[in-house]
Design a protein around this ligand. Structure first.
Ligand code: PLP
Length: 477
C-alpha cells in the first residue's frame, strides 16, 4: 500500500469509525449471531491474490458487524466497561503507524521514556505514593492486562521469598498464595503459571457484611502454613472486586503481610482509577505503607482503549532480578551503561508496543479535570440507578456500591432461591437477546444478583432511566 493509498483508505477508515460512533445506538448491544454464523460467511482459505481494501471494508459491514457486541454502546452495562475514546484510538493509530517495538530503550528511546513519564503522571493523578515513581526505588510499567500484572507480581514475590533461588532451581519448597473467594481468577492462574500450584492458593474468608477479606483469618492461615513448613509468598488484596466491587481492608491485610514478610499485591484493576478524584482516595488506604505492587487498568474505566494496564512496584529490584536475562543479541551500549530502563525486564514477553502513546493522548486530551468528570459522572449515574432500585420494594439492593456498579436482585417471594435464580437468569437472557441493553449476573452467598455497570462516556441519564424502566417491566410482568 503506497502512502497515497494509505491516505485514501485511512480517511475512509477514520470516517467509518466516526460514523460508527455517531450511529452506535442503531445496533443491538449484544451481538445476535448464532455460533459459527460469522465464520460460515468467511472463505475457508486465504486469498491467493491481493484484494482491494474496499472489499475488506465491505465485509466488515456485511459479515463482521452483525457479530460485534457493542461495548461502547450507551446501553452496555455488562461486565466492567472497556472505554474507547477518540484520543485513545488516535494514539493507538499513531502507535500502529510508527510500528515501533520498544523491547529495550535502544530500540526506540521515546517509547521507553514516554512510558516512564506517563506512568509517573498517572501515579501522581491517582495519589499513589512517591516510592512508586521511577526516580525512587519503584516504578510503573504498562502491561497488556491485570492478569499479566498479577503474573509479574507473583514472579517478583517468589523471587523475594526464595532469596532468588526459584530463578535458578525452580520451586523446591511449598510456596503459598492468599486470595479470597472474590479475588479475580487471574491470581489462581498466576499461581498455576509460576508453579505454586492451585492447591497452594489459600482462600481467606470474607466478612459477610462487606465481602472484604478477613485479616484475622488471613493471619491464621499464614501461621498454619508457616507451622507446616510452607513459605507464605504473596497475598492479593482487591480494591473493587469483579463480582460486586467489594474492597479488601488493605491496611489491616498489609499489617499481617508486613509482620510475616509476605508480598502484598493490590489488584485495583477496575476501581483504582477512581482515585483520580481526591474524595475517593480512601479506597487506597494502606497502599502507601504496605503494597509491594499495585495494578489498575486505564483500559477499563479511564477512557483508554484496551490494552493498557499499569503495574507499579514499591521496589522494582525483585521483579527485574526475577526476569532479567541479557542474551548476546540484545546487548547494546545503553543497556550495559545501566543508565536506561529496559521494560522487557518488567514483563513476560520480550516485545512491546508503544502503548504509552494512547495513555498520553488520553491524559493530555482530558486533563485531570476531564478524567475526574468522567469518573464522577458515571458514579453519579450509578448512584441514581441504585436509588431507584432502593425505592422499589420489588427489588433488593446490595450495599455498599461506592463505584459505578450496582448489584441487585428482583424479589420472587413465592419461589425458592433456586427457582428464583433460574427465573432471574432467564429474564436477564431475554433482555440481553432483545439487543436493547446488556447486563450480567453474579452469585453472592449462593444467590444470583444482577449487575449493572455504568462506565461509557456515551451513557447519559436518559439511557440509564430507560434501562431501569425496561428492567422493571421485564422482572415484574
Ligand atoms: N482483577 C479484577 C478485579 C478484575 O475485575 C479483572 C477484570 O475484570 C481483572 C483483574 C482481569 O483484568 P484483565 O482483563 O486486564 O486481565
Amino acid at each position: 500500500m503506497s502512502p497515497e493509498e494509505f491516505r485514501r483508505f485511512g480517511r475512509q477508515v477514520v470516517d467509518w469509525i466516526a460514523d460508527y460512533y455517531a450511529g452506535i445506538e442503531s445496533h443491538p448491544v449484544r451481538s445476535q449471531v448464532r455460533p459459527g454464523q460469522v465464520r460460515a460467511q468467511l472463505p475457508a482459505h486465504p486469498p491467493e491474490r491481493g484484494e482491494p481494501f474496499e472489499q475488506v471494508l465491505r465485509d466488515l459491514d456485511a459479515v463482521l458487524m452483525p457479530g460485534v457486541t457493542h461495548w461502547q454502546h450507551p446501553n452496555f452495562f455488562a461486565y466492567f466497561p472497556a472505554n474507547a475514546t477518540g484520543p485513545a484510538i488516535l494514539g493507538d493509530l499513531l502507535s500502529s503507524g510508527l510500528g515501533v517495538q520498544g523491547m529495550v530503550w535502544a530500540t526506540s528511546p521515546a517509547c521507553t521514556e514516554l512510558e516512564t513519564v506517563v506512568v509517573d503522571w498517572l501515579a501522581e493523578l491517582l495519589g499513589l505514593p512517591e516510592h512508586f515513581r521511577t526516580d525512587a526505588a519503584g516504578g510503573g510499567v504498562i502491561q497488556d492486562s491485570a492478569s499479566s500484572a498479577a503474573l509479574v507480581a507473583a514472579l517478583a514475590a517468589l523471587h523475594r521469598a526464595s532469596g532468588g533461588r526459584v530463578a535458578r532451581e525452580g520451586i523446591t519448597r511449598r510456596h503459598t498464595l492468599y486470595v479470597s473467594a472474590h479475588t479475580h481468577s487471574s491470581l489462581e492462574r498466576a499461581a498455576r503459571m509460576v508453579g505454586v500450584g492451585a492447591d497452594n492458593v489459600r482462600v481467606v474468608d470474607v466478612d459477610p457484611a462487606t465481602l472484604g477479606m478477613d485479616p484475622a483469618h488471613l493471619a491464621a492461615l499464614i501461621a498454619e502454613d508457616l507451622a507446616a513448613g510452607a513459605v507464605p509468598t504473596m497475598v492479593c488484596a482487591t480494591v473493587g472486586t469483579t463480582s460486586t466491587t467489594a474492597i479488601d481492608p488493605v491496611r489491616a491485610i498489609g499489617e499481617v503481610c508486613r509482620a510475616r514478610g509476605v508480598w502484598l499485591h493490590v489488584d485495583a484493576a477496575y476501581a483504582g482509577v477512581a482515585a483520580v478524584c481526591p474524595e475517593l482516595r480512601w479506597i487506597n488506604d494502606g497502599v502507601a505503607e504496605f503494597a509491594d505492587s499495585y495494578c489498575t487498568n486505564p483500559h477499563k474505566w479511564l477512557l483508554t482503549n484496551f490494552d493498557c494496564s499499569v503495574l507499579w512496584m514499591a521496589d522494582r529490584a525483585p521483579m527485574i532480578d526475577a526476569l532479567s536475562i541479557l542474551p548476546e543479541y540484545l546487548r547494546n551500549p545503553a543497556t550495559t551503561s545501566g543508565e536506561v530502563i529496559d521494560y522487557r525486564d518488567w514483563q513476560v514477553p520480550l516485545g512491546r508496543r508503544f502503548r504509552s502513546l494512547k495513555l498520553w493522548s488520553v491524559l493530555r486530551w482530558y486533563g485531570a479535570e476531564g478524567l475526574r468528570e468522567h469518573i464522577r459522572g458515571t458514579i453519579g449515574l450509578a448512584q441514581e440507578f441504585a436509588s431507584w432500585v432502593r425505592d422499589d420494594p420489588r427489588f433488593e439492593l446490595l450495599e455498599p456500591h461506592p463505584f459505578a456498579l450496582v448489584c441487585f436482585r428482583p424479589r420472587f417471594p413465592e419461589l425458592s432461591t433456586e427457582e428464583a435464580d433460574e427465573r432471574i437468569f432467564a429474564i436477564m437472557e431475554s433482555l440481553n437477546e432483545s439487543g436493547e441493553l446488556y447486563l450480567t449476573h453474579t452469585k453472592v452467598d449462593g444467590r444470583m444478583l444482577l449487575r449493572v455497570a455504568i462506565g461509557s462516556p456515551q451513557t447519559e441519564q436518559r439511557h440509564v432511566r430507560a434501562a431501569w424502566k425496561r428492567i422493571q417491566e421485564a422482572f415484574t410482568a
